[in-house]
Design a protein around this ligand. Structure first.
Ligand SMILES: Cc1ncc(COP(=O)(O)O)c(C=O)c1O
Length: 397
């Protein structure tokens, strides 16, 4: 987290700590904190209005909550489509809601190799029975991106809603929910350098129409009807500062402004900041992939063809035959390496099952972000080269 995000949490906790809706100063400051968080989030993802932003504990909890409301419009015999690429946070809430309503769940498969969603196969799953499609903008396991706009258009052609998990995509590139056209887009601030809090944008018509599960004294209007009880206001202050930090990166990169003539001010800075990040990370990603291709002990998963660079984020799954990913991650984080890395892939359950990973020890998940350097990529490569070799013996004089 940037210092500014940590300081914003401390500042809220010391100077503003209260609850919303009162007439006294700390409560007024709390209302302002929520309003500002919504405005900055709307700028970050180009939402039409700030009151279409809903906050909650995390992506997963919000998906469970919203799926309850959405599924009130489903009936027995309807269908929904989830994918084998997704984190389970955008799968299980829909499976549970479908079970409650007698709705059939279809699972969109991935193409072998690149692990992309096959659009033609996907289209065949859709029909007038489809009520909702849930899919990710990028896989949190193997970094594959999806064509959000096309999948959304296909869903809309049959009258289905599109619920997009942009959690793993958000730290790596600009989000424009209006360009994507989906009905709901969820993100999680800790992925883009903020604290642990979830954020959801929903189309106004849905947020207003759908029956939120809420307590009676909560407002009937949006966004309040979707936010029961106290929110983590200090974390909203931190998330706001994290997004402002990304906008400040944009301010340092006016060279990308021409790509976004439709935006001004902070919205433009958010887009140029995330574009600068995307370009920089691309260098790290492909340096790593190119180098790894020469290391035959290791296998890379997902897209490794640089011509398809636009379809991956810098989340790169790496496995090694006969090796448990937990052992690799343990080694990388210790032995003076200091590289903290995720192993196994438990949360992308459908993908792990599809690739048979749990049986083979899974993969480590290399994740580069904009503050990583080429030297750190080299350090990781060196550590991977050392893994499995007997420790050097120290010769005594
Ligand atoms: C793609 C994706 N979706 C959803 C989640 C879950 O997010 P949260 O922890 O905010 O519920 C994650 C977390 O890693 C993720 O990577």
């Amino acid at each position: 987290m940037p210092d500014s995000a940590i300081e914003a949490i401390i500042d809220y906790s010391i100077n503003k700590n209260g609850n919303k809706g009162g007439v006294f100063p700390t409560s007024i400051a709390t209302d302002e904190t929520i309003d500002r968080a919504a405005k900055v989030t709307a700028d970050f993802i180009n939402a039409p209005e700030a009151d279409e932003i809903v906050f909650g504990a995390n992506f997963t909890s919000i998906a469970f909550q919203v799926s309850r409301a959405i599924s009130t419009e489903w009936k027995v015999g309807d269908e929904i489509v989830v994918t084998r690429l997704d984190h389970d946070a955008n799968v299980s809430p829909w499976i549970r809601a479908a079970e409650d309503r007698g709705v059939t769940v279809l699972h969109a498969d991935i193409i072998n190799g690149d692990a992309q969603i096959d659009i033609e196969m996907y289209a065949q799953l859709l029909s007038r029975k489809t009520k909702l499609v849930a899919f990710c903008a990028a896989s949190s396991s193997i970094g594959t991106r999806t064509d959000v706009k096309t999948i959304t258009e296909l869903a809309h052609q049959v009258g289905a809603m599109a619920y997009v998990d942009a959690v793993a995509y958000a730290p790596h590139g600009p989000i424009d929910v209006q360009e994507w056209g989906a009905d709901f887009v969820g993100i999680s601030a800790y992925k883009f350098f903020g604290p642990h809090v979830g954020l959801l944008w929903g189309k106004r018509e849905h947020l207003e129409r759908l029956p939120a599960y809420k307590i009676r004294p909560a407002p009937d209007e949006i966004p309040g009807k979707w936010m029961n009880g106290a929110q983590p206001y200090e974390l909203l202050a931190g998330a706001t500062a994290a997004m402002e930090y990304l906008a400040a990166i944009g301010g340092d990169h006016p060279e990308y402004q021409d790509q976004f003539p439709q935006f001004t001010g902070r919205r433009r800075d958010m887009k140029t900041g995330m574009t600068a990040i995307e370009k920089y990370e691309n260098g790290l990603t492909w340096k790593f992939i190119r180098e790894m291709k020469g290391r035959s002990k290791y296998r890379l998963w997902g897209i490794v063809d640089e011509e398809k660079a636009q379809w991956r984020v810098p989340t790169i799954a790496v496995s090694r035959d006969g090796e448990k990913s937990n052992d690799m991650a343990f080694f990388l984080s210790r032995e003076g390496n200091g590289i903290n890395i995720w192993s196994r892939s438990v949360y992308s359950k459908s993908l792990s099952d599809r690739l048979g990973l749990e049986k083979t020890g899974g993969f480590i998940r290399v994740g580069f972000v904009h503050y990583n350097t080429n030297e750190e990529v080299d350090r990781l490569l060196d550590a991977l080269d050392t893994y499995g070799k007997p420790p050097k013996t120290i010769s005594t004089p």
